[in-house]
Unconditional design. Structure first.
Length: 201
């Protein structure tokens, strides 16, 4: 039979031990949860940027294949906001190539000042950004142009920028940009917490 000292040691944890484990768990959680939330927000924003980039590439390819011009345009469906490929000024119709956009992601076309270091970023692109914030369009040669219902004139040395942001509870808004340069190449950029823009593709 066990004596009273041995029996007491095998009964479990003391209240002090449980409180220490709980305190360590709370501290680790307080450190890990904000980082996990930031990663989650970054993934959602990258998902939208990647989908927009793919849609732009698809519009460019369709323009060349069909020997005409197409643009990607914002729209809405019952499920929320979308971007779709069609002739400029044409409403979305079933069958148009489209992507759904996370409603928590704000997309702004053209040069803006709300993004961190937006002026320096745009200057660093080394081309003029469409100042009218027109929907990105591609000519029959796959080059960016300003789409209208009847034509798509090119402006030499001009491209498009679409800024994406997602407001988060911590106050730190992540930013990304999808860029179409004058030669029609599509790039994804992201801004770090210091406002430096980094090309992602």
């Amino acid at each position: 039979m066990l004596d009273s000292k041995t029996q007491k040691k095998t009964q479990g944890f003391t209240l002090l031990e449980l409180m220490i484990v709980l305190a360590v768990t709370v501290i680790l959680g307080a450190i890990a949860v904000p980082k996990m939330m930031a990663t989650f927000n970054d993934i959602r924003l990258r998902y939208v940027a990647t989908n927009l980039s793919a849609l732009l590439q698809s519009a460019r390819i369709q323009s060349v294949r069909r020997n005409t011009f197409f643009s990607i345009q914002p729209g809405a469906q019952a499920g929320g906001p979308i971007y779709y490929i069609d002739k400029p000024g044409t409403a979305y119709a079933a069958g148009d190539t489209m992507v759904s956009i996370d409603p928590s992601v704000a997309i702004t076309q053209g040069p803006i000042t709300a993004a961190p270091n937006a002026g320096a970023f745009i200057a660093g692109l080394n081309f003029a950004v469409d100042p009218a914030a027109d929907p990105p369009s591609f000519s029959a040669r796959g080059l960016p142009c300003i789409g209208t219902p009847g034509a798509c004139p090119q402006v030499a040395g001009q491209g498009f920028v679409m800024f994406l942001s997602r407001a988060v509870g911590s106050g730190n808004t992540p930013w990304m940009a999808v860029v179409v340069n004058p030669s029609g190449h599509i790039q994804i950029w992201s801004s770090d917490s210091a406002g430096n823009w980094i090309q992602r593709d």
